[in-house]
Design a protein around this ligand. Structure first.
Ligand code: NAG
Ligand code: NAG
Ligand code: NAG
Length: 426
């Protein structure tokens, strides 16, 4: 029911009604759009809400017509008026329905179609006049939300004892969640006891992170000293540091690893870095428990794994963390748009560890850079990794990953200057 009709019941004269109704409608629309805006900021994301509303009274029933933009974004404007009249908090999810976004400025995944490196207007005030070189607090997440309104920043890096409260991961099996693994994770976290970075890094009010990929593109670029300038240096799997420091730097804050990717020779682990475990299958948690409690692996060698795995990791339990699997889920289904497959691992729906690490950084770092990312398929003789002679041509069509779809996502991040790609391979 529109407000005007209920007013009429109150036997106010028609003339007064015509004067009141359009004003009420306007007030409510402005009120509700303002509320929506605030609501969104509270979640650190912001659809830029602009409604142009004109109210015309032609017959004895006033009509509300919204501008094309408003109509597209909101659907029926009457619904909003009704919602705010009855003091129901309007739900953004319902109002910005996916189908209507597609019609406007967003792609199927929900990313803004036109991306450039310019600072969005709404962020100019915050970041426009910071001196160049100063770390910009909240920058990566704010820019991400500007091109991908669904983005919600809070998502802890590592699991802690409250992991069962992480609703988004408790309904999915590995690798997208933790379902069925709760007990073993409890056991593991009882031993690790620590769940943050380091006291110094946790104290920083602005953190710059770099994800160092393993790509051959890192070789002979002498980027080591630039990489070392970052507060947090993330490395992946067995990528070596020793012998390559001129190109890859000396610092390792954390090494994100799954069992098959873990460094096998204990002497090859750097002195201090966090061993961050990322699980892709239930067996991976068993492996971690064995490693932490220094038990002999029940399964011999590589049974159940796709290659041989480390039997020993020279790290104390307090130096081990479990990566929040939400980053795998979000990268796969929200950012890249891989097939859901009912929430189960399936053909081409697992993001690569590098993209998972970038996803983690978008939530937990103020500025994000990458190096050593991207495959140059046009150059089959180029080295695949910076640390071995295997050539690009050796890369096989992967059953698990969808490299080309993943690249589309990473290119959006680069284009919108959300991440800085030091080696320009993305
Ligand atoms: C940037 O400039 C605006 C207007 O001049 C000012 O209000 C704002 O506080 C400045 N921001 C920073 C971070 O210096
Ligand atoms: C890097 O330089 C070394 C020594 O000059 C050379 O042997 C190697 O092939 C180069 N690697 C790449 C990827 O260009
Ligand atoms: C990757 O995604 C594209 C587009 O959705 C699809 O056509 C292709 O088959 C996928 N590749 C793999 C390996 O799943």
């Amino acid at each position: 029911m529109v407000p005007c009709e209920s007013l009429r019941i109150m036997k106010v004269t028609h003339k007064l009604l015509f004067a009141l109704c359009p004003m009420l409608v306007l007030v409510f629309i402005y009120y509700s759009s303002g509320k929506l805006h605030l609501h969104l900021w509270g979640h650190k994301s912001h659809v830029h809400v602009e409604t142009s509303v004109s109210v015309k009274v032609t017959t004895d029933k006033p009509k509300v017509t919204t501008g094309p933009n408003g109509a597209h974004r909101y659907g029926a404007s009457n619904d909003i008026i009704r919602a705010s009249l009855h003091m129901i908090e309007p739900k953004m999810v319902d109002i910005v329905s996916a189908g209507q976004i597609v019609n406007s400025a967003f792609d199927n995944q929900g990313f803004l179609l036109t991306l450039d490196g310019k600072l969005p207007v709404e962020l100019v005030h915050q970041y426009g006049n910071l001196s160049t070189g100063a770390c910009k607090p909240g920058f990566a997440a704010a820019k991400m939300a500007a091109i991908f309104p669904k983005f919600v920043k809070p998502a802890p890096m590592f699991l802690d004892r409250n992991f069962k409260r992480l609703a988004k991961v408790n309904n999915y099996l590995p690798p997208f969640g933790l379902k069925t693994q709760e007990r073993i994770i409890d056991t593991i976290l009882t031993a690790t006891k620590a769940f943050g970075l380091s006291p110094e890094l946790d104290r920083l009010t602005c953190r710059r992170c770099i994800i160092v990929g393993n790509g051959g593109i890192l070789a002979n670029k002498s980027l080591g000293s630039r990489i070392d300038e970052y507060d947090i240096v993330v490395r992946l799997n067995e990528a070596p540091v020793s012998g390559y420091t001129r190109d890859v730097g000396t610092k390792t804050t954390m090494r994100i690893t799954y069992p098959e990717g873990a460094i096998q020779k204990p002497e090859r682990y750097e002195k201090d870095s966090l061993f961050v475990f990322s699980a892709f299958k239930p067996l991976d948690f068993k492996w971690l428990r064995h490693i932490i409690f220094r038990e002999k692996l029940v399964r011999q060698g590589s049974e159940g794994f796709w290659k041989s795995v480390a039997q020993f990791v020279p790290r104390e339990p307090s130096e081990m963390r479990i990566l929040n699997p939400y980053f795998i889920q979000e990268a796969a289904f929200q950012f890249i748009g891989l097939p859901m497959n009912n929430g189960l691992m399936g053909k081409g729906n697992i993001p690569t560890l590098g993209t998972v690490a970038i996803t983690m950084a978008l939530h937990n770092c103020d500025e994000v850079a990458v190096a050593g990312f991207g495959y140059d398929m046009n150059n089959p003789h180029a080295p695949l990794h910076y640390y071995e002679t295997v050539k690009m041509s050796a890369i096989k069509e992967s059953w698990t990953h969808n490299i080309s779809k993943e690249k589309e996502f990473l290119q959006k991040l680069v284009k919108a200057s959300i991440i800085t790609d030091l080696t320009k391979g993305i």
